[in-house]
Design a protein around this ligand. Structure first.
Ligand SMILES: Cc1ncc(COP(=O)(O)O)c(C=O)c1O
Length: 480
């Protein structure tokens, strides 16, 4: 939204309400959606909060918005009725697509993070900005002339990057691949999406970990898949459960995150890996190994990936730079049989003609240089230290209320709450005090868990965030 013109004769509040009405009519804020908070909009437009309050009052008087107590200012649901012939019925479109919306908790957390910059973020499963390889990327951009071809490229990905990955995966994870068996994707998320869209059909049954990564849960639903759960224990899922699911539901694919599982941080036991691969091979079912965290291993020695010990060719391996370098580069990869890579690359071409060449070029230079080694050592040590600070703070602040097993890699600490507390109430109490986390139920788990990401906040924020979280706990337990 444009800042109001202070030289205009029209009062500032009216300029804001007119501009906001235009945004609403153009569908930027559909009926039922919330306008930015008064404080946030005032900051953005560099006006007093009272000016925005007046502008919103004007919109209320025009019947365009309503105040919802405790939640903010919402675009009126009746607005479609007011302007039936001027605008398409966006609400019907918005609600009619095949893509499932994100879960309400996720939307709530995202909204709070958007609105309140100072909030301490234990919710986003991401690295903090100081853990990104900023200096390395700057150096590469400065010292090495950009030499890539700028036209539409091979939809499987930039060939030099695929060639570099062949050596990188072999050296670091003992995964053998050829450049023809690698597909470069926009993060792991796109690999998962393409696999679901190209290799599965609505109604197919799939097995996933319970709890598991929440963004894939909505994607499975959007793809119309029938989802069956494999409970995650301290040493991962039980391979036998797959056999049972197969007998009952003829599952067609298994999705697993065996190393430092999101959200539990667990590692699938080595003996279970062998058993799992054996069962998958016997049943002829592919396993999708989603592995964004192996390279974060705090002891610098991740467990063998399933792909590296898969002698039957059952595993589709999905990797990414998001958790080991920078999520904004949007670089991920899939290692799969050539026929699968070709099928997915063909779909990829229909979707977006392939990933932008610039991050692929950068990723290639980064992974092929010593800079990656320096970075990954620094990252592992920093993550391990951050987890240590979080654990120490939890032990000081909530010694009897929360229990956990320290993770040996990844970004998250999975916590169990001793007294059963209402997830939503705890989240709201925490938000009030300036800290946000992901309730365990977001990942499909039973109530009574939280996922605390230690990678995103700074060291200082970790200690003060845990103290705020403790206050939220106490406020709630005193109320009970
Ligand atoms: C287990 C898991 N898989 C996949 C992803 C997607 O990551 P990206 O698409 O950024 O590589 C995430 C992100 O949090 C994740 O935790």
């Amino acid at each position: 939204m444009r800042k109001p013109d202070r030289t205009s004769k029209k009062p500032l509040y009216q300029q804001i309400s007119d501009e906001m009405e235009r945004s609403i009519i153009y569908g930027e804020y559909p009926p039922g959606s919330f306008l930015p908070s008064e404080r946030k909009l005032a900051e953005r437009l560099e006006v007093n909060r009272s000016t925005v309050v007046q502008a919103y009052e004007e919109l209320r008087a025009r019947g365009i918005v309503e105040s919802i107590s405790g939640s903010g200012t919402m675009v009126s649901n009746h607005i479609w009725g007011i302007r039936p012939n001027l605008t398409p019925n966006w609400r019907q479109y918005v609600e009619g697509g095949t893509f499932a919306p994100n879960l309400p908790y996720i939307r709530r957390v995202r909204e709070v993070l958007r609105e309140r910059e100072s909030i301490i973020d234990f919710a986003s499963g991401e690295l903090s900005a100081d853990l990104f390889p900023n200096e390395a990327i700057k150096q590469l951009m400065r010292d090495i002339p950009f030499e890539a071809y700028l036209g539409y490229d091979d939809p499987s990905g930039y060939l030099p990057l695929r060639e570099t990955l062949v050596g990188f995966l072999e050296e670091r994870l003992r995964i053998r691949a050829t450049e023809a068996s690698i597909l470069i994707t926009s993060g792991s998320q796109q690999s998962l999406y393409l696999i679901m869209q190209c290799l599965l059909a609505p109604g197919d049954a799939v097995a996933i970990e319970d709890p598991s990564y929440y963004y894939s849960l909505s994607m499975f639903q959007s793809a119309g898949l029938r989802i069956f759960r494999l409970p995650v224990k301290e040493d991962g899922i039980e391979p036998e459960d797959i056999m049972n699911l197969y007998r009952q539901h003829r599952i067609r694919m298994i999705f697993l995150n065996p190393n430092y599982q999101n959200p539990t941080g667990t590692i699938l036991h080595a003996s279970k890996r062998e058993a799992l691969l054996k069962i998958a091979a016997e049943l002829g079912i592919p396993i999708v190994e989603d592995d964004p965290f192996s390279l974060t291993s705090f002891d610098h020695c991740p467990p063998d990936t399933l792909k590296s010990i898969d002698t039957h060719g059952s595993v589709l391996y999905v990797g990414s730079l998001s958790k080991v370098a920078a999520s904004g580069l949007r670089i991920g990869w899939l290692v799969a049989p050539q026929a699968v890579v070709q099928r997915l690359a063909d779909a990829r071409q229909q979707m977006d003609f392939g990933l932008s060449i610039v991050p692929q070029w950068l990723a290639n230079k980064f992974l092929g240089s010593d800079l990656f080694d320096q970075h990954i050592h620094f990252l592992r040590d920093s993550l391990s230290l951050k987890q240590h600070v979080m654990i120490r703070s939890l032990q000081q602040e909530l010694p009897d209320q929360i229990s956990f097993t320290p993770a040996r890699g990844g970004l998250n600490l999975w916590c169990t709450i001793q007294d059963k507390l209402d997830d939503q109430k705890l989240l709201e109490e925490a938000i009030k005090r300036g800290v946000v986390f992901m309730p365990g139920t977001v990942f499909g788990s039973e109530p009574g868990h939280l996922r605390l990401c230690f990678a995103r906040p700074s060291m200082d924020e970790i200690a003060s965030g845990i103290s705020k979280l403790a206050q939220a706990f106490h406020a709630l337990t005193q109320k009970c």
